[in-house]
Write a new protein. Sequence first.
Length: 207
Amino acid sequence: MSAAPRRIALGMTGASGAVYGLRVLEELLKDPSLEVHFTLSPSAAKVLKLEHGVNVDLDAFDPRALGLSETARLIYHHHANVAAPPASGSFRIQALALVPCSMSCAGKLAHGVGGDLIERAADVMLKERRPLVLVPRETPMSAIHLENLAKLAQLGVIVLPAAPGFYGKPRKVEDLVDFIVARVLDHLGVAHGLGPRWGEENVKRKT
């Protein structure tokens, strides 16, 4: 009997940086051990159109619109369907990432306000004490933004701003994107081969 797949959820909200969410989704779908649950907000769809020229029909979702080739383990949930499985703690989602996460979404989570499925699913992760990763892409941040993120961090949320490092000597924008994607995957517990890790070359030389 084969082991049941790990359930990982990804939500995209209406902040700039849709490319981060797309790359995380692509990498998750490469892992045959995962069952990937995916939701995006109307604002996220608008950002996809603005930043990538991608038209997504939220009511009749077609993964091909996102250029995805591996979709057998992708399960889409409409943002308004608050009765979808990820809205319940009894449905075992192992980890959830919101990439990108808007300040509006972070604010609602920090104050226990859940309107759509994305917010409800994130609230479930909080109450069930399961891994929740937020990737805010906003600058500068107001004191309100920082207070909300600090409150979420105190609750155990991984606040992972889209602030790439440069020690890997990135040569193109994709390298900078993958730096953040790699960190998201690390915190979701998903194996990957994206980019160098700090100090790995020195460790390899010693061994």
